[in-house]
Design a protein around this ligand. Structure first.
Ligand code: PGA
Length: 250
C-alpha cells in the first residue's frame, strides 16, 4: 500500500517540514505501508537524510525532462535523484493547468526512468460529460505518457488517477466509480504492455481525508492514495494513517 503525501507549496520552513515528517512517521504503525513524502524540492535533501526509514521514501513534485541546461527555476531528474528521492510526480493537474502537455509528461516519464526514479504519473479528466468523451482525454494522457517506457520498466511506474474536479474539492469520488476507473486504466494499458499492466499500482487522489481513506482503499480497487491538503495537517494526517492500520487491503 502506497500513500503519497503531496505537500504542494507547504510548509513555510524546514523546521515545520521536519515536524510534519515526524508526526507522519509516528502514525505509520507497523502495517505494510509505504509513505512517500513529496515536499517542496528545497526540503528534499534535508528530510531524506535525517532519520532514513525503510517505510518512508521521497518524491519530487515535478522535475524537468532535460538533463541540464539554461532552464531557470527548474530541477532535473538527476538532481532529484541525487537529493535522496526515489519517486517523482509527473503530470499533476496543477502542472497541467500551468501548461504541461501530454508530450511533456511523455518526456518526463522517460527522463525519470533514465535517472533511476519511479514516476508517479498523474492522470485524470478535467470534467465529466454524458457521452464519455472524458474517457478519451484519459486514454490520451495514459498512452502518450507511457509511449517511451520499455516493457521491462513498466512495473516501476505508479499511476495516480486524480479527477481534476475532485482535487481540492469538498468530496472525493465514490469508491465504486474509482473501481470502474481502475479497470479502465488497466484495460487501456493492457494492449501496449500486456500482462505487466496488471501489476502497476494505481492510486486515487482528490479530496482524500481521514473519513474516506480506508473505504477508498478497501472498495476502490486501488493500491494506494495521493493525499494533498490533509497530508500537511499533522493531526488529521495522523488520524488518516492510523485509520489505515485496520484495512483489509494487502
Ligand atoms: P487534495 O489534493 O487532497 O487537497 O484534493 C490532491 C492532489 O492535488 O493531489
Amino acid at each position: 500500500m502506497l500513500i503519497v503525501a503531496n505537500w504542494k507549496m507547504h510548509p513555510q520552513t524546514l523546521s515545520r517540514a521536519k515536524v510534519l515528517k515526524a508526526a507522519s512517521k509516528r502514525a505509520l504503525g507497523t502495517k505494510k505501508m509505504e509513505l512517500v513524502l513529496a515536499p517542496p524540492a528545497v526540503f528534499l535533501r534535508d528530510l531524506a537524510k535525517s532519520g532514513r526509514s525503510a517505510r518512508i521514501s521521497y518524491a519530487a513534485q515535478n522535475a524537468h525532462f532535460e538533463k541540464e541546461g539554461a532552464y531557470t527555476g527548474e530541477v532535473s531528474m538527476q538532481q532529484v535523484k541525487d537529493s535522496g528521492a526515489t519517486y517523482v510526480i509527473v503530470g499533476h493537474a496543477e502542472r497541467r493547468g500551468a501548461g504541461e502537455t501530454n508530450g511533456d509528461t511523455q518526456k518526463k516519464v522517460a527522463a525519470a526512468f533514465a535517472a533511476g526514479l519511479s514516476p508517479i504519473l498523474c492522470v485524470g479528466e478535467t470534467s465529466r460529460d454524458e457521452d464519455g468523451d472524458y474517457l478519451e482525454e484519459l486514454t490520451g494522457q495514459l498512452l502518450t505518457a507511457t509511449l517511451d517506457i520499455p516493457k521491462n520498466k513498466i512495473k516501476d511506474l505508479v499511476i495516480a488517477y486524480e479527477p481534476v474536479w475532485a482535487i481540492g474539492a469538498s468530496e472525493a469520488m465514490s469508491p465504486n466509480a474509482m473501481h470502474e476507473m481502475a479497470l479502465y486504466i488497466r484495460k487501456t494499458l493492457l494492449e501496449p504492455f500486456g500482462k505487466a499492466a496488471l501489476s502497476i499500482p494505481i492510486l486515487y487522489g482528490g479530496s482524500i481525508d481521514e473519513s474516506n481513506a480506508k473505504n477508498m482503499l478497501e472498495e476502490g480497487e486501488v493500491q494506494g492514495l495521493l493525499v494533498g491538503r490533509v497530508s500537511t495537517d499533522p493531526i488529521r494526517f495522523g488520524v488518516l494513517l492510523r485509520s489505515l492500520r485496520a484495512t483489509t487491503t494487502k
